[in-house]
Design a protein around this ligand. Structure first.
Ligand code: ADP
Ligand code: NI
Length: 216
């Protein structure tokens, strides 16, 4: 790991240490490890991938009071404080700015291999058992109800609409989580994503069965 990656890692560890909304340091660490694994199978510039994975949630709109594209600038400033190569910093900034999901009908695919790998790693951590846990942790932190049967999901057409949605957490599965598998880029991520996607479908089936069970 290069010294720039080491320094950014210790700064990010401190910043995310106390989060309880599903964006804690362990999320960043899982994304970093997954991105490194994907890079080992798919290629791409390891240092850019590590920096973008570490910085991808640095100023997320869900945590910064609603500013939609602030993260890239914060990442750029942290890297320029370390006199990091400016062309590489720009590539990291573009990944941080573009990584987030923005709604069912909003195109969000990143263009570079490094971007695709970080986006895949972030999305794999939003699905499967950890994805289920993070969704309810996040929903609880925003005072969202777990489920309201008559409130159906919305397929959002803009980032603003998606970001301001205040629905219950089960809807989030239809508005985002179940749509992520089809948006994975790399073959390695698609293989991992398949099992995690199936697990969420099974979770929902079990959830509705328990919700609707008529005892005696
Ligand atoms: P993204 O940048 O694509 O939004 P993040 O890494 O920032 O991804 O993680 C977002 C996490 O927050 C996910 O695990 C996701 O399930 C959760 N989350 C975001 N919006 C909601 C919501 N409306 N309800 C429940 N969970 C949510
Ligand atoms: Ni993330």
């Amino acid at each position: 790991m290069s010294s720039t990656v080491e320094i950014i890692k210790s700064k990010v560890t401190a910043i995310f240490a106390h989060d309880t909304t599903g964006h804690d340091w362990f999320h960043i660490e899982r994304v970093l490890k997954m991105a490194e694994y994907l890079q080992s199978k798919e290629g791409g510039d390891l240092e850019i991938i590590q920096l973008a994975a570490l910085l991808h949630d640095i100023s997320d709109h869900k945590m910064n009071g609603g500013k939609l594209n602030a993260g890239g600038q914060v990442a750029l400033e942290l890297l320029s404080d370390l006199n990091y190569d400016s062309a590489k910093s720009q590539l990291v900034k573009e990944i941080v700015d573009g990584v987030s999901y923005k709604g069912a009908h909003v195109q969000d695919a990143l263009k570079t291999l490094e971007g695709k790998i970080v986006q895949d790693a972030d999305r794999l951590d939003a699905i499967g058992a950890i994805g289920v846990a993070r969704a309810f942790a996040y929903g609880g932190s925003k005072n969202r109800p777990m489920y309201i049967p008559n409130l159906t999901p919305t397929m959002h057409a803009s980032f603003e609409e998606y970001a301001s949605s205040k629905s219950h957490t089960i809807n989030h599965f239809y508005e985002k989580l179940l749509l992520l598998e089809a948006r994975l880029h790399t073959e390695t991520a698609k293989q991992i994503g398949k099992e995690r996607h199936t697990f969420m479908e099974q979770f929902l089936e079990q959830f509705y069965n328990e919700w609707n069970s008529k005892l005696n």
